[in-house]
Design a protein around this ligand. Structure first.
Ligand code: NAD
Ligand code: UDP
Length: 326
């Protein structure tokens, strides 16, 4: 398979579950820009109407407030299944609900795809690799996941969702696509969701201590949201026989200490770095192997950490100044 086989997206009716969330809202925006009819389905647990307020006026956009744990019927051509809280604070808030969203929600969306013959893409995650023993992580790696820990509701929920996708494909010939998303950041991240990029930026802008968990030598690879959305759409529109799973992420790896220092530099903050205990099962290293995405989707992230952080800082400055003005 090579990039010449990737088809240009055509106008379609597209369902985005989790479309009022961080990545989902950018995806809805891009799908509308490409001339699609977009239905955003969200229970607004971590997503907000604010994220999609600018889209609500568009006659080609529709919001359905619905929880995917319950079945629903809509006529669509494509389904992007993003509904699931993604930050540890949010997915651990009600772990049983997180599992239900991943398992029952996937069954409902796969059942819908089967019935209306839609192509369906699952937003899986690098968390399915757990605390990886192989570095960087290729798609062929099966992972090292604790099945009974605090992160398991999310990690195992997402693993089970992948299994369901492949079984619906084998058993019912549903057209599936699975992407494994690595740490993604950008405007519309939730300011209080505890993820490292939003936490550090908000702390730096407020002049509060920057909280590094552990010694800060653990690594992550951060992908700017615009790059991620391009990869997700490219995967949906790639030939049907390329079903994945495919890693999507930026392969440039940073320690959490380096990230903190970069954010302090870019915000010109006087914040001090302090250390707090490392959460349970926190992966030590994470970097995607993206050869498959490069070769089969012609996809490559183009936004550097510094460029992406500048845009994200600008966004949080506006959010914080609005909340002060209220
Ligand atoms: P987010 O929390 O901002 O968005 C998730 C959206 O799903 C929210 O709008 C939320 O209200 C909605 N939702 C949650 N449960 C639902 C349910 N039962 N029914 C309907 N809607 C529901 O998170 P995000 O960062 O935008 O992540 C989007 C997807 O990408 C998630 O599936 C996540 O697991 C995956 N992902 C994200 C990252 C990342 O770094 N952001 C990394 C790996 C995977
Ligand atoms: N982290 C940190 N300080 C914070 C928030 C997170 O040091 O205020 C660390 C966290 O322990 C992890 C990394 O940053 O090692 C990424 O955390 P995040 O929750 O953003 O993503 P994930 O662990 O799911 O990759």
């Amino acid at each position: 398979m090579n990039t010449r086989n990737v088809q240009i997206p055509q106008t379609k009716t597209v369902l985005v579950t989790g479309g009022a969330g961080f990545i989902g809202s950018h995806l809805c925006e891009q799908l509308l820009n490409q001339g699609n009819e977009v239905i955003c389905m969200d229970n607004l647990f971590t997503g907000t109407k604010e994220n999609i307020r600018h889209l609500l006026k568009d006659p080609h956009f529709e919001l359905i407030r619905h929880d995917i744990v319950h079945p629903i019927f809509v006529e669509v051509d494509q389904i992007y299944n993003l509904a699931c809280p993604a930050s540890p604070i949010h997915y651990q808030y009600n772990p049983v609900k997180t599992i239900k969203t991943n398992v029952m929600g996937s069954v409902n969306m796969l059942g819908l795809a089967k019935r209306v013959k839609a192509k369906i893409l699952q937003a899986s995650t690098s968390e399915i690799y757990g605390n990886p023993e192989i570095h960087p992580q290729p798609e062929s790696y099966w992972g090292n996941v604790n099945p009974i820990g605090l992160r398991s509701c999310y990690d195992e929920g997402k693993r089970c969702a992948e299994t369901l996708f492949f079984d619906y494909h084998r058993q019912n010939q549903v057209k599936i696509k699975v992407v494994r998303i690595f740490n993604t950041y950008g405007p519309r991240m939730h300011p209080n969701d505890g993820r490292v990029v939003s936490n550090f930026i908000v702390q730096a802008l407020k002049g509060r201590d920057i909280t590094i968990y552990g010694d800060g030598n653990q690594t992550r690879s951060f992908c700017y949201v615009d790059d991620m959305v391009k990869g997700i759409i490219a995967m949906m529109n790639a030939p049907d026989d390329f079903i994945g799973p495919v890693n999507l992420g930026n392969p440039v790896e940073f320690t959490i200490m380096e990230l903190a220092q970069k954010i302090i530099e870019l915000t010109q903050s006087r914040s001090k770095i302090i250390h707090k205990p490392l959460p349970e099962d926190d992966p030590e290293r994470r970097r995607p192997e993206i050869t498959l995405a490069r070769e089969c989707l012609g996809w490559n992230p183009t936004v550097s950490l510094e460029q992406g952080l500048r845009k994200t800082i600008e966004y949080f400055e506006a959010v914080l100044s609005r909340s002060v003005g209220q």
